[in-house]
Design a protein around this ligand. Structure first.
Ligand SMILES: O=P(O)(O)OC[C@H]1O[C@H](OP(=O)(O)OP(=O)(O)O)[C@H](O)[C@@H]1O
Length: 170
């Protein structure tokens, strides 16, 4: 499934004005299904209880992978309403040089949770690293990450394709 999903990503990822349009992958039903299964596959035997995703594409993918794994979904928000007590951490500069204040509901994770991080793309790892800090502050176990495009090469993150394979578009 991973190879099939990677082929679909390489074939179907569109570039608009030099920017990768990952949203276009979600619009194609077979690609969306293959990607979600492939993101879940490496972790099916890991006892994942919660999938963590950062808005916005991490919400869509993380929610879908959570359903695939029979796990729950834990949202990490950058803004907006978010009720209850939160853990909040600032990132280092991300791929755009921006720092984000990430928030996670404190009650969403318990020490017996086993957490998978899911996102579409990891470049500097700033957001994923910050989420890991928050997950571990809750006492939960960080299992690693699963992303469509891995531009970082961190051994703790599984990627379907590397950024080098995608080039920079036409
Ligand atoms: O590895 P990093 O340098 O931290 O960058 C990766 C993050 O950046 C992108 O999200 P973005 O901030 O563009 O938000 P969006 O999904 O709302 O467009 C991507 O979806 C990851 O969450």
């Amino acid at each position: 499934m991973t190879d099939h999903a990677a082929d679909l990503v390489r074939e179907r990822l569109r570039w608009i004005d030099g920017h990768a349009d990952v949203w276009s992958l979600f619009r194609d039903p077979p690609t969306l299904a293959a990607v979600v299964k492939a993101l879940a596959d490496p972790y099916r035997a890991e006892g994942v209880t919660a999938v963590c995703g950062v808005e916005s594409r991490g919400f869509l993918l993380g929610g879908a992978v959570a359903v695939e794994l029979g796990a729950g979904f834990v949202a990490v928000r950058k803004g907006g309403l978010f009720p209850g007590s939160k853990i909040s951490r600032s990132t280092t500069p991300d791929y755009r040089g921006q720092r984000h204040r990430l928030r996670l509901q404190r009650a969403a994770l318990r020490p017996d949770d086993r957490v998978l991080f899911v996102d579409d793309w990891i470049e500097t790892g700033s957001q994923a690293t910050t989420v890991r800090t928050m997950v571990e502050e809750c006492g939960a176990t960080w299992l690693g990450g699963s992303v469509i495009v891995d531009q970082l090469g961190d051994p703790g993150v599984r990627g379907l394709v590397t950024a080098d394979e995608l080039g920079t578009g036409p």
